[in-house]
Ligand binder design. Structure first.
Ligand SMILES: [Zn+2]
Length: 71
């Protein structure tokens, strides 16, 4: 016996491919449409996270306040 598609099942646009993703407990990858999209999106996010701006040591004097970009 198969479970018929619930009319109350929400479908949300997949954050990665903008495809229809079932927002339901049966979809363990929600809000993504699939594992592929979830991994791809998290991977992209993680790569951004690992990129720590200004982490590299520079010869800038720490006593000098950060220059403000006026333009
Ligand atoms: Zn997707």
């Amino acid at each position: 016996m198969t479970t018929p598609p619930a009319a109350s099942a929400r479908r949300v646009p997949c954050p990665h491919c903008q495809g229809p993703a079932l927002y339901d407990a049966s979809n363990r990858w929600r809000p993504f449409c699939s594992e592929r999209c979830r991994i791809a999106d998290l991977g992209a996010w993680a790569s951004e996270k690992f990129r720590v701006p200004g982490a590299a040591p520079s010869d800038d004097d720490p006593n000098v306040p950060a220059a403000r970009g006026e333009g």
